[in-house]
Design a binder for this molecule. Structure first.
Ligand code: HEM
Ligand code: HEM
Length: 193
């Protein structure tokens, strides 16, 4: 069977280089966020090793990175929609489509709302010398209250979806061995049933 070469744009046989890079970068940053939050819960806030690692890439700037990457990934996905590998017509295909869409929404909303909370606090935010969030004229406590209530639950919902996503990928790759994984990793196969 001939295997098509990897292109920049997506193709029905597999995601292209740009989609793969965006997928890998966002996945790495998001998994880092959860790993750090869970590590702090397990080891406590005063663990010196953890604080040293955290200083290297802390929660706010990493979350900002996810938000900026999603600003590129959403239009990229929309503009490639017709070229992308098709979803299965059955119920599993509909679940996959819905869960991918929900992950996109949460990957945008979780850091986006957190940035709105930073603005609502009114103090502005400077990251690596760049003013990312301007100082508000006055604090907006209602926004802060709403985001405080939503940030954790939305994040854990995202983690649950990611876990199901990785579970589905393992099913395809290890049990069904239907070539689906090669749409995102390695050389794509000609078609997936
Ligand atoms: C934070 C973690 C992750 C998120 C948010 C995520 C999200 C997504 C999304 C939204 C898609 C749809 C294609 C796109 O728009 O890019 C996708 C596809 C895919 N992901 Fe992930 N992913 C994550 C981690 C992983 C990991 C760890 C693996 C490997 C074990 C993986 C394997 C795949 C594969 C094989 C596809 C292609 C699915 C298909 O063609 O229907 N993902 N992922
Ligand atoms: C994809 C990006 C992000 C993810 C996945 C994420 C995830 C999380 C998680 C899981 C928690 C712990 C919640 C709990 O204890 O139940 C948390 C807390 C927190 N996050 Fe994020 N976050 C992201 C982006 C951001 C950004 C951009 C900011 C600020 C600029 C931020 C600010 C905070 C703050 C202040 C807390 C502690 C207060 C709280 O527990 O609500 N996060 N985040």
């Amino acid at each position: 069977m001939t295997r098509p070469a990897l292109s920049l744009l997506d193709r029905p046989t597999g995601y292209g280089r740009v989609s793969r890079m965006l997928h890998a970068l966002v996945a790495t940053l998001v998994l880092w966020q959860f790993a750090m939050v869970l590590a702090y819960r397990a080891l406590g806030e005063h663990n010196a090793t953890l604080n040293a690692i955290y200083g290297f890439a802390s929660h706010g700037p990493v979350g900002l990175g996810v938000f900026l990457l999603m600003l590129a990934r959403i239009p990229w996905a929309l503009s490639n929609a017709r070229r992308r590998p098709p979803y299965d017509a059955g119920v599993l295909g509909r679940i996959a489509r819905a869960s991918h869409a929900l992950m996109y929404a949460l990957l945008f909303a979780v850091p986006g709302l957190a940035l709105a909370r930073v603005y609502a606090k009114g103090e502005g935010w400077v990251v690596y010398g760049l003013s990312v969030v301007p100082v508000a004229e006055a604090p907006i406590p209602a926004v802060k209250t709403v985001v405080d209530a939503l940030h954790g639950p939305l994040s854990w919902t995202l983690l649950a979806l990611i876990s199901a996503h990785v579970g589905a990928v393992l099913l395809h790759g290890v049990v069904w061995r239907d070539g689906m994984v090669s749409r995102m990793f390695g050389r794509p196969r000609a078609a997936v049933g």
